[in-house]
Every structure is written in C-alpha cells, then in structure tokens.
Design a protein around this ligand. Structure first.
Ligand SMILES: Cc1ncc(COP(=O)(O)O)c(C=O)c1O
Length: 370
C-alpha cells in the first residue's frame, strides 16, 4: 500500500476506533422518521413531472453567467422573491452552495463574522473561505453575542439558523435583531429547516414574525420540506447583484438543470394550495411532544419537525437506533463529531404523512411507556 492510501486508511481506522465510522445505507421500507421531507412533497408527482419546457432543454448547459441563464430561471426567482416577501432571490445549486457563496464573499478582510456555536457545517465552511475574522457565540445567547460584537472590527456579520438542524430549536430572532440593530450588524438567517414548516404558506420563521425587512439576508433551501432541490438567497436587489459578481459558488458552477428550477416553483405553488399539510404536521408535532413529555430521556425543547432525545455515547446512540430500526422505524443516530461528545442523540423527524399510530409504535420501540 502506498503512503497516500496508508494515510487515508489510518484516518478511517481512527473513525472506526471512535465508533464514528460513516457508511452509506440504501433506504429500505421502514417507516420514515429520519428524512427532511417534512410535508411529503418529495413524492408529489405533480411537482416533479417533466413538462414541455424541460423536454426542450434538460441541462442548464453552462453557468448562469454564460449559457445557463434561462428565462424560466429568472421567472422562478421573481416568483420566489414574492413568495418570501423579499426584494430579490438568487438561486444557488444547494443550501450548502448558497452558504458557501454568501459567507465566502460578503465578509471581507478586516470584517468580523460572529456565528452561533451550533451553526451548520456549510456556514462554517463558507466562513473558512472568507478572509474575515470569525468568532462563535454560545448557542441562542444574545448577551454572549453582544459581548462578542462589542470587540468586533469592520463590518459585522451575524450568522444564525432560524431552526437549528441538529436540535430543532428556534433562534430568538427578535432579540437577535435588536442586538444587531444596536451595533449596526447584518443578520443572515439560514431557514433550511423552517421553510415549508413555519409561516402561513411555509415562508419560514422570518416571515412568520414579519421580520423580513430587519434581516440582511435569508437562505431558503428546497431539498427539505419542499421535497425538491436547490436554494435561494433572499434580500435586497443589491445583494443579488453583489452575489452574481463576487460569489464564486454562484459564478463557477453549472446552473441547476431546468427540472430542478421548475420544481421549486411547482413545490411552492403546491404548498400554497395545500397549507393543510402544515397544520397536519404541527398537530403531529404536538402529539409527539405530549407523548414523550414524561420520558426519562433528556429532550431538546423544539417546536419544529426535528425532535431529539439525547443518548450519550456513539455506541449507545447507534445501538438504540439499530434496535428501533429492527422494529420497523427509520430513526438515525447523530454521533460525535457531528454533535459534541456526550450530546449524541436520536434525531427524530416528524412528517405530515406520519400517523399517530406510527408515533405510538415508535415511542414504544424507543422503550418509552405510553
Ligand atoms: C441548516 C442547514 N443549512 C444548509 C443545509 C444545506 O442545504 P442543502 O441540503 O440544500 O445543501 C442544511 C442541510 O443539511 C442545513 O441543515
């Protein structure tokens, strides 16, 4: 074995020794308590069927600045801007790309980025690509944020998620906005897990609270509750022009194929006509929370589709998830290093299509008495 292969083999062995080895798994026919398809839109054929426009051109044929900017793409962006009550929307190929594109290009050398300690990996990676100084603040703690802001230099950029991906809990958006406006800091909100679930038509938490004017930029992603793919950055028209000019994750990549772009609009139109899905999901979330209230597990308080039971230890969390899967329920463990050691968990995703009977079965399989 050559030195390079030996090096990667050693790193893999290290993961195995830490019980944190990741393996791809083919989805089987278990009851879904792990996907981000919160509203069941991924299997709505009306959204994903190919139509005439797509029959003509499937692939985008180039980056948006070369040959990949189709009339349909700009129409979808205008539609999404209106849907999310924003001045403009710019499509990125995924939420990961959008965060890389925003955080690597907006903050400049001499600026300061301050981010919630539980921020998603895509934002961390974007921050690593920027030349700005960066600091984390204690999760959801606005006074800790204020302490960090006081020492910040240059333009100040604050990064939060409205619903945190690993805990499912909510950011204190109104308090964050107060701190940001006191220090003239720009708040950027990743709404990946709030889109589709909060707001009258799934516009996210920022719109639910009427804060869209207060926030500098929002990232809405469509691979989760919208059952599709891709993302938009929402904000001022100048922000859109800036990203088109400076965001390398936007500039140097082939645009999404047209079916993905058109599916974004179809998924939003579908949800606007079927908002009962959101109500059904909320009812199931309340049902689940009532049922687990008295369990002995440490529970992360969450109003979202993501509900977590803390099971410290990679081995323990994996073992419990395996047992539950063997009983027919697809629940995945979230292990260190994705979450800090000791915070390993079962991350249960609830969906509008789950039933109360399925939830009862899952709770029994976890070992909580009903
Ligand atoms: C908070 C958050 N932001 C961004 C992303 C990335 O979005 P996408 O899956 O569209 O790349 C995710 C997905 O894991 C996420 O949880």
């Amino acid at each position: 074995m050559n030195a390079h292969l030996k090096h990667i083999k050693d790193k893999l062995e290290q993961r195995k020794a830490e019980n944190a080895f990741r393996k791809l798994k083919i989805n089987h026919n278990l009851i879904d308590f792990c996907s981000n398809d919160y509203l069941g839109l991924a299997s709505e054929t009306e959204i994903h069927i190919l139509d005439e426009v797509v029959a003509e051109t499937f692939g985008a044929t180039g980056s948006r600045l070369i040959s990949g900017n189709h009339k349909a793409t700009e129409e979808v962006e205008a539609f999404l801007a209106a849907y999310y009550k924003a001045e403009s929307a710019l499509i990125f190929n995924s939420g990961y790309n959008a965060n890389i594109g925003v955080f690597s290009s907006l903050p400049q050398r001499g600026d300061t980025i301050i981010y919630d300690e539980l921020i998603h990996a895509s934002i961390r990676d974007g921050i690593r690509l920027s030349h700005a100084n960066s600091f984390s603040f204690k999760h959801n703690d606005t006074s800790a944020l204020e302490d960090k802001i006081k020492n910040a230099k240059g333009h100040i950029w604050i990064a939060v998620e409205s619903i945190y991906s690993m805990d499912g809990d909510e950011a204190p958006l109104k308090d964050l906005i107060q701190v940001c406006s006191k220090y003239d800091a720009a708040l950027i909100v990743d709404e990946a897990h709030a889109c589709g679930v909060f707001g009258e038509k799934g516009e996210g938490l920022v719109v639910e609270y009427g804060l869209e004017e207060e926030v500098f930029a929002r990232v809405a992603t469509f691979g989760k509750a919208f059952g599709a793919h891709g993302a938009v950055v929402l904000g001022n028209k100048l922000l859109r022009e800036y990203l088109i000019n400076y965001s390398r994750a936007f500039i140097y990549t082939t645009a999404l194929p047209l079916p993905s772009v058109l599916a974004m609009k179809k998924a939003h139109t579908f949800l606007a006509n079927n908002v009962a899905r959101i109500v059904e999901l909320k009812e199931l979330i309340s049902y689940f929370k009532r049922k687990i209230r008295n369990s002995t597990f440490k529970i992360v308080e969450s109003v979202s589709s993501i509900q977590c039971l803390i099971v410290p230890g990679n081995n323990e969390a994996r073992q419990l998830a395996d047992n539950i899967q063997n009983k027919g329920f697809d629940v995945r463990p979230i292990l260190a290093p994705t979450v800090p050691k000791g915070q390993e968990r079962l991350r249960i995703c609830l969906h509008a299509f789950n039933t109360e009977e399925q939830i009862d079965g899952l709770i029994k399989a976890i070992g909580i008495s009903l």
